[in-house]
Ligand binder design. Structure first.
Ligand SMILES: *Cc1c(COP(=O)(O)O)cnc(C)c1O
Length: 474
């Protein structure tokens, strides 16, 4: 067997299918001499036997280490600049009460994007002063709850939200702490960014004046917040995208924001105390992804900000960042059990006469526990985790059990030819945007979530039962 002409160009033909690329798997994931994979020394067969499959396994030690990595890396880089950095964990990537406690214990702040996420954070006892509330269409109820509980920052997304929030703050007899989310025109994804106007999207206040208007929505918003007695202007926010590997997009956005901050200072005498540069730090879903360490990105970003500040006459505002997937993603992996398999023969895309094989391996979950392949064409990787095999690697597509042909778990991977019924497959980098996006499609029961720490596993979210399916029936 050899390389398949159906394989994407980034996928290399493995010399050893048992190899676990450390850039994709959590720090605690290793293969024992027996051939079985362990996570934090717990064998996958034991996890499957105790908790069932599919199972989201979160390596808590790895999660905590990545959280600390951002705090330490960014604070070191910004030590002599801007007085340090606050790290807000983007809870939308993975949130349970226990996860919120890990975030608190590691000293991070937390972003929530809805009343529900806020409720989970508060249930965990998270200090509301260290919570930021996001959302482009927050309800009055969500804003009121944030005001009543003393949430530290409300990231306002539009001009209309300002007046709604001001009225609610006034009736609650408080002053609302406001950050303003701006559209910088910088949009970054993976290895490149575009700095032309990325205006045409739902988030944020535009920095470009509308035709016939003197002031941009961003400038109008700052003025409105700064002069309102029930609003407290903290600063500005920008989030430029996701799965970003280089610092240049963040640096370009910071440059635009700092110039805007300097203009606010000179034209209106308004001081901006805080600048949030958002999240989106990339992770490795496949061998083709090469994420940089947080401290490297921090160094590049600090260098860019230092250069911008040299041409301006403002003090650097306090910087904050909002990593989500870069903390939760690599810490999690999903364990599935294989059911059926088949091989199909398809036309050779290079035009050769002979059809070429693609192996299909169906597992016991799919788009209900990981909708990202369906939603974003996201690529993932996998390994045969319950044993090793000497069989030849063949191009394999791992699919789910849903009634959709797009129900793909791993689009392209080389797996041993004898991967079969009852084998356990581990898909890495599923800590982010899988549990939180899971559904009951086809009335599948959502998987349990297990945390592994100090060599032992414990349940943090139980598997659903049929009773959960009936729970909301009236
Ligand atoms: C989603 C989001 C994040 C986190 O993105 P990641 O890609 O998970 O790092 C941070 N900030 C805001 C405003 C977001 O919407």
């Amino acid at each position: 067997m050899t390389e398949s002409p159906l394989a994407p160009s980034w996928l290399s033909y493995p010399s050893d299918t048992s190899y676990l690329n450390p850039v994709m798997y959590s720090n605690g994931t290793t293969r024992q001499v027996s051939g079985e994979v362990t996570i934090g020394t717990v064998p996958v067969s034991e996890l499957a036997a105790t908790y069932g499959t599919p199972l989201l396994v979160v390596d808590e030690d790895d999660f905590r280490a990545r959280a600390r990595g951002f705090v330490e890396g960014f604070n070191r880089a910004f030590d002599s600049l801007c007085g340090g950095v606050d790290v807000y964990y983007a809870s939308k990537s993975l949130l349970t009460v226990q996860v919120a406690r890990w975030v608190a214990e590691e000293g991070l702040n937390m972003d929530v994007a809805s009343g529900g996420e806020l409720a989970i954070a508060l249930r965990a006892g998270f200090d509301p002063a260290k919570i930021g509330l996001h959302g482009n269409n927050k309800s009055d109820q969500e804003l009121t709850r944030a005001l009543q509980t003393g949430v530290g920052r409300i990231v306002v997304d539009s001009l209309s939200e300002i007046y709604r929030l001001a009225a609610l703050a006034e009736s609650a007899g408080v002053s609302a702490p406001v950050m303003l989310r701006l559209t910088t025109g910088v949009h970054a994804s993976t290895h490149s960014y575009i700095a032309t106007a990325h205006e045409d999207q739902k988030f944020g206040l535009s920095m470009i004046p509308a035709p016939g208007e003197e002031r941009s929505a961003a400038e109008q918003a700052v003025l409105a917040v700064a002069e309102h007695p029930h609003l407290r202007y903290l600063g500005l926010h920008s989030h430029i995208g996701s799965q970003i590997f280089e610092a240049d997009g963040f640096t370009a956005a910071a440059d635009r924001m700092l110039n805007f901050i300097a203009a606010l200072q000179t034209q209106h005498g308004i001081t901006t105390a805080e600048l949030d540069l958002g999240g989106g730090y990339g992770i490795a879903y496949t061998e083709a992804d090469r994420p940089r360490a947080p401290e490297d990105i921090a160094d590049s970003l600090a260098e860019g900000i230092r250069a911008t500040l040299q041409s301006l006459t403002i003090d650097c505002p306090r910087i904050s960042i909002e990593p989500g997937r870069a903390i939760s993603g690599p810490a999690g992996s999903t364990l599935y059990r294989v059911g059926t398999t088949k091989t199909v023969w398809v036309d050779d895309p290079t035009g050769a006469d002979q059809p070429v094989p693609r192996r299909y391996v169906a597992v016991d979950g799919g788009m209900s526990d990981n909708p990202r392949p369906v939603l974003y064409d996201a690529d993932y990787s996998a390994t045969l985790a319950s044993r090793v095999s000497q069989a030849d690697p063949v191009l394999t597509r791992i699919v789910g059990k849903h009634c959709e042909s797009g129900d793909i778990v791993v689009r392209d991977t080389y797996q041993p030819e004898d991967l079969d019924d009852q084998d356990l497959v581990l898909v890495p980098a599923t800590g982010a945007y899988c549990h939180v996006m899971s559904s009951n499609y086809n009335a599948l029961l959502r998987p349990a979530v297990v945390a592994i720490s100090g060599g032992s596993a414990r349940l943090i979210i139980r598997r659903e039962t049929d009773q959960d399916l009936f729970a909301r029936e009236v």
